[in-house]
Design a protein around this ligand. Structure first.
Ligand code: B12
Ligand code: SF4
Length: 523
């Protein structure tokens, strides 16, 4: 069979990284089939285009995976493909929770011929074999001989052939700049961020999160050797094509077992398998100095921290009381001392939030080392404890919000502010954290650091700004460049002529204690 695996675009932002499930299922496909991949974020297609593609390429089976936020688009694409007579199977967190919706058993239209529930590492080969024989079943569940749910072990993890996979659609370097950038340093002709998992599962059970329900609270790890080999493969490919490769360890909590994480990082260092990497780690696990040393020495550059709120009452409400806002600054300073910075994620619209939460949060953020703050709204994802609580209390204002997905829009009313007020707080957060003044301040706060770090924080902030204020066209980018011209000029000048003034921070005191920016952003 010719199989197409497809991940829809979210219609708002371009994703910076391909989705791991596609490469994993491709590697787990039984021999004798050809598997093509399309990530809608890199190669956007509408319903008519995908139907044409399926006909032109003579595809026999299509697999679609999607998060809740992309599910409406996923269903539309599935409908268009099924109309061509080709079977569609679906998987991922949303259809796992709402299989009846995908199969049209809830009174709505049918979108999928079959659904894979939960982790499909073991069921995917069965689906392919059944489809090839024309005997596709409707539901595939990973169960053992006794019918009990089985979570796949990651000990025999497949080798993803990164050396030969076509990654053209995931190059973040604009085509026109390839030839020139290939010659810069060790080569920047390509730059890709590749998802790698080293383990699955998180036992913490935060109320809004799908992970504990989906992957279970039993944590499973790949062997260190298999992770190290994967990194070596990626490094070799980057070298061969005179490009750069960074890795996103997509584990939900990369340091959930600190002893094991340290052992993995030591093995990465010993094998010379360091690449620049980013990972998600909760703040409570970043107290260990040795762990942070190893993170830095193994190539760790950014840590994504789900801070969620600076209010302990909110954190308790959503079962995330293990986050201690009082230690956030200390954790971030510990990282920054090793030149590791944080993507700090906040959720507004929690039940104890009141008007002004945006500025209250930012006033803390400004006292921390520069990072990448991101702001979202509390979202009841299907089957989470949060969804059930709000549903039972009759508080959902858009019960099936995923069927009319609106970015940055609440689906329930918080207790102490209105929905519109919560939306305004998120806008405030993005506007003020990514204003030209805030970007200039982030760059200045690293005045005692080499130019590379300051360029890094500036470019990262520019890109992250696009999560809320999409910069899809050349014109949008030009506008942002114009707004930030002073900072850009300063960095370029320094690149050519070096720095005139002495570092502001010769004593090594934290240079990031700054005051609030005064002006507003216009975006
Ligand atoms: C990496 C990641 C991201 C990346 C982007 C995705 C990417 N390019 O990889 C980033 C950081 C950008 C991101 C952002 C967001 N994410 Co995210 N993300 C993840 C994360 C941590 C890992 C995904 C992953 O690769 N997992 C490992 C693979 C192997 O698992 P998997 O994708 O589930 O695939 C398995 C099965 O589901 C199944 N399967 C999946 N698809 C298919 C398809 C077919 C045909 C079949 C047969 C089987 C199948 O088989 C696979 C192997 O077992 C997950 C949590 C998690 N551990 O999964 C959250 C997760 C997917 N994200 C989530 C959310 C909510 C978001 C955001 C909306 C957060 C926000 N508020 O902004 C944004 C939206 C992003 C967007 N583009 O629209 C939720 C989704 C819940 C839901 N019901 O939709 C998750 C589950 C985390 C959570 N807290 O609950 N995310
Ligand atoms: S710590 Fe992160 S992954 Fe674990 S349950 Fe909480 S939000 Fe989900």
């Amino acid at each position: 069979m010719r199989i197409l695996l497809y991940n829809p675009d979210n219609g708002v932002t371009r994703n910076f990284m391909p989705h791991l499930w596609m490469f994993l299922l491709q590697s787990l496909t039984p021999p004798g089939h050809e598997v093509l991949l399309i990530d809608g974020n890199a190669k956007p297609m509408d319903e008519a285009q995908i139907a044409q593609y399926v006909r032109d390429e003579k595809i026999d089976l299509v697999g679609i995976g999607a998060m809740t936020r992309m599910i409406a688009k996923a269903y539309r694409i599935a409908d268009a493909i099924r109309a061509t007579g080709v079977k569609v199977v679906m998987g991922g967190p949303h259809v796992t929770e709402l299989a009846d919706e995908a199969l049209g058993r809830d009174g709505g239209p049918r979108h999928a011929d079959a659904v894979a529930l939960g982790e499909a590492d073991e069921t995917w080969p069965q689906m392919v074999n059944d489809a090839a024989r024309g005997e596709l079943k409707e539901i595939y569940t990973p169960v053992d001989e006794t019918g009990k749910e089985r979570k796949p072990s990651l000990k025999q993890y497949p080798v993803i052939p990164w050396q030969s996979i076509d990654l053209e659609q995931f190059n973040l370097v604009p085509k026109a700049a390839f030839p020139l950038l290939k010659k810069v340093g060790e080569g920047w002709g390509t730059f890709r961020i590749i998802p790698v998992e080293s383990g699955r599962g998180c036992p913490y059970g935060c109320e809004f999160c799908t992970v504990t329900g989906f992957f279970g609270d039993s944590i499973r790890f790949r062997t260190n050797e298999s992770v190290v080999n994967e990194l070596l493969l990626l490094k070799a490919r980057a070298r061969k094509e005179k490009g750069q490769m960074a890795v996103f360890f997509i584990d939900d909590n990369f340091a959930i077992n600190v002893k094991r994480t340290k052992s993995l990082l030591r093995d990465i260092i010993a094998a010379g398998a360091q690449v620049h990497w980013v990972a998600q780690i909760s703040a409570n696990l970043l107290r260990d100095e040795e762990l942070i040393d190893l993170i830095a020495a193994s190539g760790g550059k950014w840590v994504f921290i789900g801070m969620e709120s600076i209010d302990p009452a909110n954190l308790k409400d959503v079962n995330k009381g293990f986050n201690k806002p009082g230690e956030y600054a200390e954790v971030l300073e510990r990282l920054a001392k090793r030149n590791v910075y944080a993507i700090t994620s906040f959720i507004f619209g929690m039940d104890n939030d009141t008007v002004g939460v945006g500025e209250r949060t930012l006033s803390q953020v400004r006292t921390w080392p520069p990072g990448l703050p991101i702001f979202g709204l509390l979202t009841p994802l299907p089957a989470t404890p949060l969804y059930k609580r709000l549903e039972a209390a009759g508080r959902l204002t858009r019960v099936k919000h995923w069927q009319e997905f609106i970015p940055f829009a609440m689906a329930h009313t918080p207790l102490k502010m209105s929905i519109e007020e919560a939306h305004a707080e998120v806008k405030y957060g993005w506007a003020h954290a990514y204003s030209p003044e805030a970007l200039a301040q982030a760059v200045d706060s690293l005045d005692d650091q080499p130019l590379g770090y300051r360029i890094n924080i500036f470019l990262a902030r520019l890109c992250f700004r696009g999560i809320y204020f999409p910069m899809m066209g050349k014109l949008a980018w030009l506008k942002v460049v114009a707004q930030n011209r002073h900072t850009i000029f300063k960095l370029v000048k320094e690149g050519f002529f070096g720095r005139k003034e002495r570092p502001r921070n010769p004593e090594g005191e934290p240079a990031y204690e700054e005051t609030a920016p005064e002006s507003q952003v216009s975006a």
